[in-house]
Design a protein. Structure first.
Ligand SMILES: [Mg+2]
Length: 114
């Protein structure tokens, strides 16, 4: 175990560093996919880097015993439920906006005919 060799504080630092590298890999992937300002790298290298940095973060979280952790799993469940509720509200708002736009179009169409 890496944490036994470097200590808990260094493990937190290493994890933060790897999270930053994963964030950069995610941003590069997003730039590649959006293709508005693609990175000057081969697409396969960008994809490989994303996998590598994901592995680094997972290793660090595992070292800190944050994977398969009951408290973390409980948070995951709570967060997913909140996310589900937010998505339902968002879908409801979009449906309402769409209905309002359709209704407005219809009333404007009637006015144009008159
Ligand atoms: Mg890394």
């Amino acid at each position: 175990m890496l944490i036994e060799n470097i200590g808990q504080m260094a493990m937190y630092e290493q994890t933060a560093e790897e999270c930053c590298e994963l964030a950069q890999a995610l941003l590069k992937m997003s730039r590649l996919m959006r293709n508005e300002n693609p990175p000057f790298k081969y697409p396969m290298d960008i994809v490989d880097n994303l996998y590598e940095e994901t592995a680094d973060v997972l290793i660090c979280l595992d070292e800190l015993q944050l994977l398969e952790n009951d408290v973390v799993n409980n948070w995951i469940q709570v967060k997913r439920e909140c996310m589900g509720e937010r998505l339902k509200k968002l879908a409801k708002m979009k449906a309402q906006e769409s209905e309002e736009a359709e209704s407005k179009e219809q009333s404007e169409g009637i006015r144009r005919i008159k």
